[in-house]
Design a protein around this ligand. Structure first.
Ligand SMILES: [Zn+2]
Length: 354
């Protein structure tokens, strides 16, 4: 008989590695699940949780000596409620991850020893699994997951939105993407990743060359003997082509490591798909992994689809969420970590709506 604890914890560890986030909270989760998995090497079908103190977790995350970690410092740094929320949000925000746990019928949860009140009592933290009730999952999503979303949030609130990330399996890549991305994913330090980077570099130098050459030809048009008009025209046309390549192919990919999410450049988006984004992660070896995905939200003002778009020219941020129906009136900020967005338009606008 397979141990369901082992399956769920293993899956969580894989998902944490697969959707890495370089934050302390995710590091804590990794540490806790790693410790639970170690425990299984000693007992086959039972589950005895490996209970960790805050100091242990903090020390492992910081690669420090446990004995030197101040207990008050660890108490402030490792908050149980925050751990619970981070775990729930992690599963909720990754559709692939959510699906896996629904299929398993169980999800991992954070458990802590009830603090007895006495300051001598060390609080211990570990992980357990909880059955997912598939009955009310259809209309109410997963219980526990919805708590984070917003019980305290006014449903009439027009000032904020929550984004959704499309599951990797639902993304339909273009043939150009398929050339480089394996199942919507590209490791930058792989062979294909390096080829893509070389292509990027080459297109950049070609752009510069074309621009210089075309400008030269146009300027010296009269001095070059036997230059026909159509030839001059051809050279002149190369300038906008070079510009387009620079603007829509080179720059978006070049900015990806800095902005972490960019609109997918022309060739990457499927012709049938209007919207695609590329998101970059640092994987466990600190190497870049790029994934094709899509971030969307429902516009609270008009219930249209909000998708990511360039912030220019009216917004300061490079990437904002714009409503398809009113792209320059219904605008929201975008945060890939919290998946939240806040209204960016004219402040008075929302008052009239309400
Ligand atoms: Zn709208």
């Amino acid at each position: 008989m397979e141990n369901k604890y082992l399956i769920v914890f293993n899956e969580l560890r894989n998902q944490l590695l697969n959707y890495p986030r370089n934050t302390l909270w995710n590091r804590y989760l990794e540490i806790i699940v790693e410790e639970q998995l170690k425990q299984f090497r000693y007992s086959d079908d039972r589950f005895e949780p490996e209970k960790l103190s805050r100091q242990q977790i903090y020390a492992k995350a910081k690669n420090a000596d446990e004995r030197r970690v101040d207990s008050q410092l660890a108490k402030n740094a490792v908050k149980i409620s925050k751990l619970e929320l981070t775990l729930a949000a992690f599963i909720e925000n990754q559709p692939d991850c959510k699906r896996v746990f629904i299929n398993l019928g169980y999800k991992p949860i954070i458990v802590s020893s009830a603090s007895g009140g006495g300051s001598k009592n060390k609080t211990l933290i570990w992980m357990d699994i909880e059955a997912i009730d598939s009955a009310d999952e259809g209309n109410e999503q997963l219980d526990g997951f919805t708590v984070l979303e917003s019980d305290d949030e006014d449903p009439e609130d027009l000032s904020s939105i929550t984004y959704e990330r499309k599951a990797t399996s639902d993304v339909k890549p273009s043939s150009f993407t398929k050339l480089f991305f394996k199942q919507g994913e590209l490791k930058m330090m792989s062979f294909k990743g390096i080829v893509l980077m070389l292509l990027l570099l080459l297109s950049f130098f070609l752009d510069v060359l074309i621009a210089i050459y075309a400008v030269f030809v146009v300027m010296l048009m009269n001095e070059i003997p036997n230059l026909k008009l159509w030839q001059a025209f051809l050279y002149a046309i190369l300038i906008p082509i070079a510009y387009l390549n620079w603007r829509y192919f080179f720059m978006p990919l070049y900015m990806l490591p800095y902005h972490r999410v960019v609109k997918a450049p022309m060739f990457f988006a499927n012709i049938n798909v209007v919207n695609a984004d590329i998101e970059m992660y640092w994987d466990k070896d600190k190497l870049n992994v790029a994934r094709v995905t899509e971030f969307t939200a429902t516009c609270p003002i008009c219930s249209g689809v909000i998708e990511l778009a360039n912030g220019k020219p009216d917004q300061k941020q490079p990437l904002v969420g714009r409503c398809r129906e009113a792209p320059h009136a219904h605008m929201y900020s975008f945060d890939r970590m919290t998946m939240k967005g806040y209204f960016l338009g004219v402040p008075d606008y929302l008052k009239y709506e309400l």
